[in-house]
Design a binder for this molecule. Sequence first.
Ligand code: HEM
Length: 215
Amino acid sequence: MSAGKHPHTIERYRVSTRINHWIVAISFVLAVLSGMSLFHPALFPLSAIFGGGPWTRILHPFIGLLMVVAFVLLALRMWRDNLFVANDRVWMRNVRKVLDNDDEDLPPAGRFNAGQKVLFWALIVFLLALLLSGLVIWRAYFSAFFPIGVLRLSSVVHALFGLLLACAIIVHVYAAFWVKGSLGAMTEGKVTYGWAYRHHRQWFRDVISGRRAPD
Ligand code: HEM
């Protein structure tokens, strides 16, 4: 069985996945702080964290690239479990019940529920838009290849998707704290039988019956 040392826990994320996730999370926070300091003069004091304005401008694109590369590696581990299945539509229609903690009669969720799947694919779209627009406005290497109109449009797209990504991650972090036991999945790698049964019943059944290998 895929239980950890404690007999009533299941391994949800192996250590390499957790390290991968936290590299994404830390680079996200640094990208947001450096990006905000470049966005508006009122936020410029944040650049002190990175050694001043010039350093912030140099580092921000590299931090962003690190986040994207680390996210691609994380996504390669997770995309299969994020494919939509018929039950996800029922989950989406009943999302109100999920928020009210009244989701007992909903169809069992797999490793990820429909909300997590929507977030996963939204993150891919947001990060792709940030990457492409970010490369265009990266003065040191690429901006010279594009006309001024494209640079202006890319600046707006970059700011817009940065905001959308930040909003998505606020929802993600809220859910991580709100669903008790989730943080342990990403810190220690384990969840209790109760957590797995309550929130991801199909995944729980598959792991317990040996139909799928531990993650
Ligand atoms: C900044 C603080 C963050 C915290 C506290 C956090 C916390 C967590 C937790 C607890 C899980 C496990 C959820 C579960 O197994 O059901 C998780 C999963 C995940 N995280 Fe994060 N995370 C953070 C940032 C990020 C960022 C910046 C990204 C991507 C840009 C990200 C992408 C993911 C993905 C794709 C998963 C897989 C399952 C899911 O979508 O919930 N996380 N995170």
